[in-house]
Design a protein. Structure first.
Ligand code: 5RP
Length: 218
């Protein structure tokens, strides 16, 4: 099976986590897009969705799925989203698509976070994938210097602005031994909006698409 076929299969498996009559959270990226497309067929079962990006909101609306603002809903039963890397502890690196801040907000607002990924995303230790960090534009150089102090090599994502009007530094070669501690350290750097480590609020369930079927880690 190709990587895309594995992404589609795992996205379809996540449809089983949908709770009837609820508002669900929707992530961003190609795996999340397969989930949105699968959701279209059962859209009558849900009240609607909160999206983690403008792109996902547009895709949902294109399928006729009602999209709500997070501030207008009482809560989200389940959040379904992909990842760039995932460990067996369900710690993640996210933000390859640049939507990390809204993804982290929707994940925080959700009772259950179901992460969907093809098996290539499972790693022993996070950090081969450069860690995306969303930064207030005027703090770009300041934050980049702090990233160097942490042992990373920050690279500005050229020509990219987040949905929140900020820039992304992709930080290479970080030694991520303690994802929870590093996430907190980075959160405390002035000018950082969010970093792409999802360790303080990890996934609750990790569904992996493999050629042998769907593997569930929880
Ligand atoms: C977007 C993300 C995505 O979940 C991540 O980049 C994985 O993307 P894909 O499903 O296309 O492999 O964090 O900000």
């Amino acid at each position: 099976m190709s990587q895309d076929e594995l992404k589609r299969a795992v996205a379809e498996a996540a449809l089983d986590y949908i709770q009837v009559g609820e508002v669900i959270g929707i992530g961003t990226g190609s795996t999340a897009n397969y989930f949105i497309d699968g959701l279209a067929a059962i859209k009558h079962k849900i009240e609607g969705a909160v999206a983690s990006s403008v792109a996902s909101a547009e895709r949902l609306k294109g399928h006729g799925i009602p999209v709500f603002e997070l501030n207008d809903v009482a809560g989200i039963s389940v959040y379904v989203d992909g990842a760039d890397e995932a460990t067996r502890h369900l710690h993640l690196i996210k933000g390859g698509g640049g939507a990390l801040t809204r993804e982290k907000i929707v994940a925080a607002a959700s009772r259950k976070f179901v992460c969907i990924a093809d098996e290539s995303k499972l790693v022993g230790r996070l950090g081969k994938f450069p860690l995306p960090v969303e930064v207030i534009p005027m703090a770009r150089s300041l934050v980049a210097r702090e990233m160097v102090k942490l042992g990373g090599e920050p690279v500005l994502r050229e020509g990219f602005t987040t949905d929140n009007g900020n820039v992304i530094l992709d930080v290479h070669n970080l030694d991520i031994l303690d994802p929870v501690a590093l996430e907190e350290t980075m959160n405390n750097i002035t000018g950082v909006v969010t970093n792409g480590l999802f360790a303080r609020r990890p996934a609750d369930v990790l569904l992996l698409g493999t050629p042998g079927g769907i593997q569930t880690l929880e």
